[in-house]
Design a protein around this ligand. Structure first.
Ligand code: ADP
Ligand code: ADP
Length: 221
């Protein structure tokens, strides 16, 4: 059974702000699921809750039936990109990935493979401090792919990428989904996802507005 992400009845507030207001949805494998809503809608908070970085006030988020913190080998099970890779500027990209692989029991050969996959092989010996935002973004994606995880989550992954990079990441997400993985990707722009996603979860003010396949949406329009 391939895994799913299940968010049920999640609510989260910060002082007087209700960031997530009773959200329920399921993200299934084998398709790209877009998570769309304007800035401040609650997308990052929901993703942080799925990854156990924030605790919900109510409800729960499960990956393959378990909370993220109960997963035995998180990096092997879930690859996540919430921000551009956080790497010490003096560190080389290859060394960063080798360290991540080493500390997570991932074979060294994966480092070369993911560097090729994200197009950073020729820059991997350079210090991350000299990387453009797009290259940092690619490095973050390389880190997410390292463990070959069945579940991938990307929060606004297009930020910082040039037009070629945007085309590339769309293709990457399509192929990861075609391999049967869960691919969950957020954007504040519907236009960024309408050609890439098979399914859309649309939120506003922390609440579900739509949960629909893109083909149904097009047929209804
Ligand atoms: P999105 O990712 O859709 O832009 P966020 O989840 O970042 O939305 O934010 C949802 C709302 O919660 C916003 O009003 C935001 O300012 C607020 N918020 C998010 N994180 C915090 C925090 N750590 N402290 C206070 N308010 C927060
Ligand atoms: P995004 O652009 O992905 O919505 P933000 O830039 O809004 O993310 O937030 C980045 C970080 O700051 C997150 O950890 C978020 O929880 C936190 N944050 C967001 N809004 C606020 C806020 N109003 N007060 C404090 N922290 C916040």
């Amino acid at each position: 059974m391939p895994p799913t992400i299940e968010v049920s009845g999640v609510r989260k507030h910060f002082r007087s702000t209700v960031a997530v207001d009773g959200l329920t949805f399921t993200v299934r494998p084998g398709e790209v699921t877009g998570f769309v809503g304007p800035n401040g809608a609650g997308k990052s908070t929901t993703m942080r809750i799925i990854l156990g970085l924030d605790a919900p006030d109510e409800g729960e988020a499960l990956i393959d039936g378990q909370p993220y913190r109960s997963l035995r080998t998180p990096l092997l099970q879930v690859g996540a990109l919430l921000d551009a890779a956080a790497v010490h500027p003096g560190r080389k990209a290859r060394d960063h990935l080798l360290w991540l692989a080493h500390s997570n029991g991932i074979p060294r050969r994966r480092v070369g493979e993911v560097l090729d996959q994200v197009g950073l092989a020729s820059a991997a010996g350079r210090r991350a401090g000299g990387y453009s935002l797009g290259m940092q973004q690619r490095l973050g994606i390389a880190a997410a792919l390292l463990g070959d995880p069945p579940v991938l989550m990307f929060d606004e992954p297009v930020n910082g990428l040039d037009p070629d990079g945007i085309v590339w990441i769309r293709g990457l997400m399509r192929s990861l989904a075609a391999e049967g993985r869960v691919v969950f990707v957020s954007s504040h722009l519907m236009s960024e996802l309408q050609d890439t996603a098979d399914h859309l979860i649309v939120i506003g003010r922390g609440r579900l507005i739509a949960d629909t396949s893109v083909s149904k949406l097009i047929a209804a329009a």
